[in-house]
Design a protein around this ligand. Structure first.
Ligand code: T4K
Length: 379
């Protein structure tokens, strides 16, 4: 291979959608078109909700337009006000949903080994104005659910989770989706299990579920009867069709992600200064994000390695750099937040998210890791 020509002649993306059964998708869409029922609590959305609730062993699943609106509705339905503690090390949607709802996000640091909230940092951020904690199960790992529940119960705080990355993940024998007061899911096209655009609120709390259901549909409790504030958070039948068609393939998708994860670990394990973020053995992950960490021992910088990957058509990402507290409006509103987020600050400079999913073969991973090992070899 000519050293100047890229390793791949086509882009290998992070976030390439998995499309498990296109013929089933078309069949379901045809049915929706024949019924002329395209949105507003249609039969495919109801079937999708029932499947998700059954899979997670949770009482209520309320399908929503996307994960961000699911967060916003859940925040309102939970009655959060004042301050809510949240990691800065997450996708901006988690934090924006709080701000959008008139709440002050208070950033807590994360555990560098898991990239999820550090309970001690959470404790240190509780004030008289705190009404809740919004944890994130980042990268298909699980937040420290037991410790966070203890803190929430001790201080009478609501405990919500952003499980946008964690569909299909379990801790022991309990599925993510059943922790805290409620959790949200995302079924965006880039998630390993997708409904094109989509999200959900999942909870065992009957009253919270009822409030969220009303809010999803403008607060309508009947044709002419609005009983609460609300928005338009409804999922379309077309999105539900994609979700349903992908649903049967979930275990296969996780197996493919796991195969790629193992190949990435194997490919970089002997390179000084490089590692793939580990998954705790007590967790069953969905392996949907492969997180490469580039530390100071590496002979090249994170950004030079990223540039080399991109030169070779591997469109890896620096998710979630810069961390939320370094983006607007938080950077201006809380200019000193970083001083108490040392792990977040460090991690944000180390991460490269690598491509995986059904569009990436094990052979592709071997080419990518060989390229990484060559480029990052000690000089
Ligand atoms: N909480 C967390 C922790 C989240 O990560 C997210 C979303 C949310 C909440 C909110 O959930 P949603 O409201 O989105 O349901 C992407 C996704 O849009 C976003 O859903 C996701 N997290 C985030 C991590 O990634 P961007 O801004 O990076 O998207 P973009 O357009 O750069 O695309 C990412 C990659 O995917 C590119 O390499 C292109 C590829 N791609 C994308 C699409 C849509 C494809 O190959 N095909 C496609 O159809 O946010």
């Amino acid at each position: 291979m000519d050293s100047e020509s890229p390793a791949f002649d086509h882009p290998i993306h992070v976030g390439r959608p998995n499309i498990a059964r296109p013929e089933e998708f078309f069949r379901l869409v045809e049915g929706a078109l024949e019924r002329r029922w395209l949105s507003n609590d249609g039969p495919l959305v109801r079937e999708f909700e029932a499947k998700i609730a059954d899979y997670l062993r949770v009482k209520h699943c309320i399908a929503i337009t996307n994960g961000t609106i699911a967060l916003e509705i859940l925040i309102k339905a939970s009655g959060l006000t004042g301050e809510v503690i949240v990691p800065s090390w997450t996708f901006i949607a988690t934090v924006h949903a709080l701000k959008w709802s008139g709440i002050t996000p208070v950033f807590a640091d994360v555990d560098p080994d898991t990239h999820c909230l550090d309970p001690e940092s959470v404790r240190s951020k509780i004030s008289e104005r705190t009404t809740g904690i919004l944890g994130v199960h980042l990268w298909g790992r699980a937040a420290p659910v037991a410790e966070l529940q203890e803190i929430a119960s001790e201080h009478g705080l609501a405990l919500l989770y952003d499980a946008a990355h964690a569909f299909g993940v379990s801790v022991g024998d309990r599925m993510v989706g059943t922790f805290g007061n409620a959790e949200i899911l995302s079924f965006h096209a880039t998630k390993f299990f997708n409904a094109i655009e989509g999200g959900a609120i999942v909870t065992d709390d009957d009253d919270l579920a009822a409030r969220a259901r009303l809010m999803r549909n403008f607060g309508f409790a009947g044709e002419d009867n609005v009983v609460s504030e609300g928005t338009n958070g409804k999922m379309s039948e077309i999105c539900a069709a994609m979700g349903l068609s992908n649903f049967e393939g979930i275990d296969d998708l996780i197996a493919i992600n796991r195969r790629n994860y193992v190949a990435y670990v194997r490919g970089v394990q002997d390179v000084a200064g490089l590692s793939i973020l580990e998954i705790d053995s007590s967790i069953r992950s969905n392996y949907q994000y492969v997180v490469l960490l580039v530390d100071d021992e590496c002979s090249v910088s994170r950004d030079d390695l990223l540039a080399e990957l991109r030169r070779n058509n591997v469109l890896a990402r620096r998710y979630f750099w810069p961390a939320c507290h370094r983006m607007e409006p938080y950077r201006t509103l809380q200019p000193n937040a970083g001083a108490e987020l040392p792990a977040t600050e460090r991690i944000a400079d180390q991460v490269i998210v690598l491509p995986t999913g059904t569009a990436v073969s094990e052979a592709d991973v071997d080419v990518i890791t060989a390229m990484i090992a060559r480029f990052a070899a000690p000089r």
